[in-house]
Design a protein around this ligand. Sequence first.
Ligand code: HEC
Ligand code: HEC
Ligand code: HEC
Length: 474
Amino acid sequence: MFRYSSTARSVVIGLFAACSLVGTVCAQDASRPQAELIARGRYLAMAADCAACHTAPEGGQPYAGGYGIQSPLGTIFSTNITPSKVNGIGEYTEADFARAVRAGVAKDGTHLYPAMPFTAYAKLSDTDISALYAFFKNEVKPVDQASRKTELPFPFSIRASMAVWNMLFLSNERFQPDAARSADWNRGAYLAEALEHCSTCHTPRNLFMAEDTRSALSGGTVGPWSAPNITSDKTSGIGGWSDAELLQYLRTGHVAGKAQAAGPMAEDVEHSLQHLTDADLRALVTYLRGTKPVASSDKQPRYSFGKPSASEASLRGLPGQAPAENGFHVFSGACANCHQADGSGNAHYPSLFNNTATGADNPDNLISTILFGLNRTVDGVPVFMPAFGPDASFTDRLSDKDVADVSNYVLSQFGNAAVKVGPEDVARVREGGRKPFLALAAPYIAPIAVVVAVILLVFIGLVVARGRRRVAPA
Ligand code: HEC
Ligand code: HEC
Ligand code: HEC
């Protein structure tokens, strides 16, 4: 009896083991493609920088939304895109997800503002959309928490107007590889145009704030920051950078004697670019090399301005000239301890000559860096410059005039001396940068629309009356 049961038991255990082994093998076979799809989606979400916008700063839950994007028309809050059924995209089918990401229309039919870069994501392939969807559905933790509501002023509060904007400016075409170019270039183009959406910042916008594709990547503005010309042009663009320098900039945000990434570019490097594979970074460089060159008014490359400036007399400015005097004092007190009195920096702090922020044809990035500082963590190591704007500590805080004076001092000693800064420029940057036409026109749009509508009605009335008269029997 014992023997029997023991044999039976071992048979049962054996069978069970075999079954469970077969079971795991089978289950693994089924889940392997799914696991691969999710891993692909994770990489794509990082390359597309979804987290940067969809996570609130300072301890926000990943993808739960609430990040306020400063648009010239007002603050637009990102939404919760965790798989929460209550507050997120838990009820989205893959088709709903594809429509939101590529066409800018949420599941309930509301139109999204293009602060969500769907004009770039429209180029994403179906397979990449599936991978992204699998990642968000299966790996992102659901967060039952509503994000802040976006309330733009009238007339931009009418989301339906985005349907007209989309009709005019959204091309619903997937990425088309260029058969005449290498596979590497095409991979770079897909990364840059569809995933990394470089053009949303680096391409100038037209009156309706749509990208002006004729001068793609020739420079745009992002709030108070200026995203420089990164076309292949040798003088105005990045044509004079070496491949290694471009790769290093994208990977770390720092190239000694050329440029550092601050503001939105620092965020891009921190959250997305530094995590790309080397092959993808090289593809991006190949793509940048092959873009259509667009020349701006620059006479020499931004990075080529300036040299160390150590002569006491030239550093102090001429006696009795107050602005230079004040600029020199602010520089000595607030900047020289890191960037050195002669502007040459050291291993940790960049030189202020041969620096695209001081050699550009506009002072926006210089002023913004002084007001807002710089903060970028790469390979776990933070790179930090303190802010001197109104939010800075009392000891660091500089007035608009001080910022203008120190900017002029830096520009004349180390950078593009033709660029001048006034306190009003500092105030404009502090308040979020240049206002585009649409924002300036906002107060007039409603009255103008009413006037146009009245004129149209009168016109239609006249035409109808004339038509009636003509058909009326004599
Ligand atoms: C530059 C910022 C930005 C990036 C990058 C971004 N989004 Fe968005 N997204 C937004 C904003 C802002 C909204 C809300 C727009 C509105 O309210 O009109 C939004 C809305 C959405 C919605 C609609 C959700 C809803 O509430 O119904 C989805 C889905 C979405 N994003 C997915 C993604 C995915 C996936 C990625 C990465 C591939 C991504 N987003 C990257 C800013 C961004
Ligand atoms: C969210 C906006 C934004 C996005 C997206 C973005 N950039 Fe930038 N980029 C900027 C800003 C702003 C600067 C200026 C930073 C500074 O000087 O501190 C910049 C600077 C640069 C520079 C240095 C140029 C110079 O002369 O200093 C390069 C190169 C560059 N970006 C390439 C790219 C590429 C390639 C992509 C896409 C993979 C990209 N950027 C995506 C905003 C952006
Ligand atoms: C505590 C040290 C420190 C002080 C003080 C400091 N900086 Fe910086 N600065 C940095 C660091 C760090 C960077 C970025 C280095 C990098 O990105 O690799 C930087 C970058 C810059 C850049 C390049 C920004 C860009 O977008 O390309 C400029 C311009 C600049 N600083 C000007 C100034 C001026 C003007 C002052 C004084 C008002 C000042 N800094 C004070 C540390 C400092």
